[in-house]
Ligand binder design. Structure first.
Ligand SMILES: Cc1ncc(C[n+]2csc(CCOP(=O)(O)OP(=O)(O)O)c2C)c(N)n1
Ligand code: SF4
Ligand SMILES: [Mg+2]
Length: 314
């Protein structure tokens, strides 16, 4: 063992149970206990749907309030943490994922949920998306994609379609939008799903599946900005004459190439789990390293390990 690891022995993380389910005598939390500030979103904003289903997920999975961390960046969607009574952080624009990575890796016993917008996740935060995905850091990320910057009142976002007129593209966007699903797959995400705020049952299914996934779980959720991009997703809404097509039953979600092809379909495309694979999370890898490093000093108190190090340095 190197001197530095003796000096700074890792905590025995392997002894911390992942996903504590010791609900004991306590009743599952309901919306009443979970609701925080009154949401300040515009009436009809798609983000309400995601919030309602987050409450439901916490209730259904019997999660303990103190074991949940709700993290966001900046944006309308990122106002999310104010509206839930859990540990939470409304962090810097584009930096929700590095903050969440730190929480997840240092406290693998907590349930980390990140709520982000298309600008937050793919513009200023694009690099963090790539690295959180490839490192397979355990968390659930829901990007509430409205194809526009809502909070700052209608600028082009990385997912705005060609021709979209905004304050930054008054003649219409000329830049090829990114495809978040393909981006997630290429980055190495181990769970990639797509849903839409207009189908609450489906949002719930995807959130449950993401929560059950052991690794970085990404959900692309279409969430209409009724103020600055009304009607953006009508073509995916049967109530507006559109089509809500589930991922075909024949799709093999373990097949990355098939997932990529499915993600390449033009809007409205498909909804469901595009890709799911199993790869050790960074949380698991770090816990393994910590357990190995701890082995030679087993049974020793932290101060004894420190003292031994100081003695060697004399
Ligand atoms: C470092 C930094 N740059 C820019 C901004 C301004 N800003 C705040 S929110 C936002 C974009 C929000 O769009 P999105 O992430 O899509 O969220 P939405 O409001 O659409 O939900 C921008 C550019 C900021 N707050 N901080
Ligand atoms: S501006 Fe758009 S995204 Fe923001 S709260 Fe209003 S409808 Fe929702
Ligand atoms: Mg947006």
């Amino acid at each position: 063992m190197s001197e530095s690891s003796v000096l700074n022995p890792p905590r025995p993380l392997a002894t911390i149970p992942l996903r504590p389910v010791s609900f004991g005598e306590r009743k599952p939390l309901t919306k009443k206990e979970l609701a925080g500030d009154h949401p300040t979103w515009c009436p009809g904003c798609g983000d309400f749907s995601v919030l309602a289903l987050y409450y439901k997920l916490i209730e259904k999975k019997k999660l303990l309030q103190e074991n949940i961390v709700t993290i966001s960046g900046i944006g309308c969607s990122s106002r999310f943490p104010y509206f839930v009574q859990t540990h939470a952080a409304h962090f810097i624009h584009g930096r929700a994922l590095p903050f969440a990575s730190g929480v997840s890796l240092s406290r693998p016993d907590l349930n980390v949920f990140v709520f982000s917008g298309d600008g937050d996740a793919f513009s200023i935060g694009g690099n963090h998306f790539t690295h959180a995905a490839r490192k397979n850091i355990k968390m659930t990320l829901v990007v509430m994609d409205n194809w526009v910057y809502g909070l700052t009142k209608k600028q082009t976002s990385p997912t705005s379609p060609l021709g979209f007129k905004s304050k930054t593209d008054i003649w219409g966007s000329m830049d090829q939008p990114i495809n978040p699903l393909k981006q997630a797959l290429a980055a190495g995400a181990t769970f990639v799903a797509r849903t839409t705020h207009t189908n609450p049952n489906h949002v719930m299914q995807m959130m449950e599946a993401a929560y059950d996934h052991d690794g970085f779980a990404y959900i692309e959720c279409l969430s209409e900005c009724v103020e600055f991009y009304p009607g953006a997703f009508d073509a995916a809404n049967p109530r507006k004459g559109g089509a809500f097509n589930l991922v075909p039953e024949t799709h093999n979600a373990a097949d990355e190439i098939a997932a990529y092809q499915l993600a390449d379909n033009p809007f409205p495309g498909h909804f469901g789990i595009f890709y799911k694979t199993s790869r050790p999370s960074k949380n698991q890898n770090e816990q393994d390293i910590a357990a190995r490093a701890r082995k030679p000093v087993e049974g020793k108190q932290d101060w004894e390990i420190l003292q031994a190090t100081f003695n060697r340095m004399k």
